[in-house]
Design a protein around this ligand. Structure first.
Ligand code: AR6
Length: 170
């Protein structure tokens, strides 16, 4: 199973698709969303305007424009409210729906950021376990896909690496 955890800026990765941790409007924002729009250029926002937003937990695809990645898969993670508002299920949906969209478009490599663990405050250990569970389940059925986690700090990379190790022990 080809899953790798990197300490990297996701906008630099040459993969079939990078995933954007967007908001419901899909019209840009801060964090990784802002970085992706800056690196892709204004055509990305123009295509996003045609998508009419995205519900939390779901995903939509665009081209990558000036990015080294061919496509951007925009997904919307849940805002953390303490865990009683379906946050785990919604976050799992982000990973599952992004992977399914990549598969439907015959893409073979996909890179994820740590969805919801920035401005949306989802606890990162919990989020990383959900992410790795969903990715490993998907790859069992679609072993040709390569999945990268682009962690923005060394600390985050260590958390995802630990979740990866645990997911292979289960
Ligand atoms: N490459 C990889 N990871 C990054 C990068 C990058 N270039 N930049 C930031 N991160 P966040 P969220 C990490 O806040 O919590 C936006 O305004 C960051 O360190 O970007 O899902 C949207 O428009 C953190 O680990 O996303 C939404 O309104 C992770 O990406 C809202 O933020 C996610 O942090 C979404 O919040």
């Amino acid at each position: 199973m080809d899953v790798r955890v990197l300490h990297a800026d996701i906008t630099t990765l040459q993969v079939d698709a990078i995933v954007n941790a967007a908001n419901n409007s899909l019209l840009g924002g801060g964090g990784v969303d802002g970085a992706i729009h800056r690196a892709a250029g204004p055509e990305l926002l123009a295509e996003c305007r045609t998508l009419h937003g995205c519900p939390t937990g779901e995903a939509k695809i665009t081209r990558g424009y000036a990015l080294p990645a061919r496509h951007v898969i925009h997904t919307v993670g849940p805002v953390w409210h303490g865990g009683q508002r379906n946050e785990d299920t919604l976050l799992a949906g982000c990973y599952r729906n992004s992977l399914q969209l990549a598969f439907d478009h015959e893409l073979e490599s996909i890179a994820f950021p740590s969805i919801s663990t920035g401005v949306y405050r989802f606890p990162i250990e919990r989020a990383s376990r959900i992410a790795l569970r969903e990715v490993t389940a998907f790859l069992e059925a679609h072993p040709q896909m390569q999945v990268l986690f682009a962690c923005f700090s060394e600390q985050d990379r260590a958390v995802y690496q630990a979740a990866l190790t645990v997911s292979f022990q289960d």
